[in-house]
Design a protein around this ligand. Structure first.
Ligand SMILES: *Cc1c(COP(=O)(O)O)cnc(C)c1O
Length: 361
């Protein structure tokens, strides 16, 4: 059998375990989880592992990924994280719940839900300071009042998203504030909000420190489940697997060369004028892997190798401490950006491997 390189090896049992441990951890305080599938493009085998781990909802920002998961028969409630008015008709057909912050979009969703004889469920996003999506708290009551006039929309809950654009940390203050918004809306409109979705993988520290999670009863987790870490400090969460994904690339040249280029230095392939450290003559290897395959800056070699640079399709590494031969494989751990790009590249083969979840974390 041919070996495919570059390839990303995906250990499903580790993802299943991560989902299970996180479901139990957050479940202790009544917080349900949406497993976020966008970084892996809704790859059904991976999402099935999340569902087996106990995640009840699957959330993605792209309709195409949700359609793929549904076609593959994944049994979960599907949530759309990013709602575009141009897709309203398809959203109503494919998605159970969508996250929203514009009344115009809700009107379109209601119109198409009516045509389909359905009620579309929405979570209204509230701006809590990160300055990405969300209705400003001062406009929230008016927004809800208008949304309630739409006949084929049901407000399933409210939510917020932090630590994405502004890098704002979820903490007691903003989480308590969200709970207060919920209480005040419920008093004003005499209704109950079902889902209070307090955030993402950045909410771990808040949760661990919280004596009381208030009204928060849901989180949307991608990175924690896939890579086993929280995202405020990118620290591993105890008990989770941090190496469910590994990237492999092939050595296509291995030679001793000087570390300083010879000749006049001009712009590199990406328009930057490079600078170099003189390490003397040393052993270097070229891997058949580049920026068209993966975000190189988020790769960490599993052995003592230094990445010296990468162009579209060649990566140069210092292999002084390893005797790499042409045809050898080099493996890397990936951060979220590298995972996202490797999963998106058509040149990186995705392979599901059998690994024992009990193996080294
Ligand atoms: C991507 C995304 C998430 C998941 O974020 P992670 O950091 O991977 O947990 C949650 N909510 C929204 C709205 C998102 O866009």
């Amino acid at each position: 059998m041919d070996i495919f390189l570059p390839r990303i090896e995906i250990c499903l049992s580790k993802i299943r375990e991560n989902a299970r441990i996180l479901s139990e951890l957050y479940g202790q305080n009544g917080i349900s989880l949406m497993g976020v599938s966008k970084a892996v493009l809704g790859e059904p085998a991976i999402i099935e592992a999340m569902v087996q781990g106990g995640v009840k909802y699957i959330a993605d920002s792209r309709l195409e990924n949700i359609q793929k998961m549904k076609a593959a028969g994944i049994a979960a409630h599907f949530v759309l994280l990013r709602t575009s008015p141009s897709q309203a008709e398809a959203i109503v057909k494919a998605v159970d719940i969508s996250l929203n912050s514009e009344i115009e979009t809700l009107r379109k969703l209601s119109y198409h839900a009516n045509a389909d004889d359905k009620t579309h469920q929405v979570i209204v996003m509230v701006e809590m300071g990160d300055l990405r999506e969300g209705v400003l708290p001062c406009d929230l009551s008016e927004f809800i009042r208008e949304a309630l006039t739409l006949t084929h929309i049901n407000i399933a809950g409210i939510g917020c998203n932090l630590a994405c654009h502004g890098g704002i940390k979820p903490d007691r203050k903003n989480m308590d504030n969200l709970s207060e918004q919920v209480n005040s809306l419920e008093r004003e409109f005499q209704f109950g909000l079902g889902i209070i979705s307090g955030g993402n993988s950045a909410n771990y520290e808040w949760y661990k420190a919280a004596q009381d999670v208030g009204r928060i009863n849901n989180l949307r987790l991608g990175e924690s489940i896939l890579l086993g870490c929280e995202t405020v400090h990118r620290k591993a969460i105890p008990g989770l697997h941090t190496k469910a994904f590994q990237l492999f690339a092939e050595v296509i040249e291995s030679k001793r060369k000087p570390s300083l280029p010879i000749g006049e230095i001009c712009q590199d392939a990406f328009g930057r004028v490079p600078t170099f450290l003189d390490r003397g003559v040393h052993q270097r290897a070229i891997l058949a892997l580049g920026r068209q395959d993966v975000l190189v800056s988020g790769l960490k070699p599993n052995s003592a190798l230094d990445i010296l640079g990468a162009s579209s399709d060649h990566m140069i590494i210092d292999s002084d401490r390893h005797n790499l031969q042409v045809g050898d494989e080099v493996s890397f751990n990936l951060d979220y950006g590298s995972l996202l790009t490797a999963m998106t590249s058509p040149f990186v083969r995705k392979e599901f491997i059998n690994c024992s979840a009990a193996m080294a974390l």
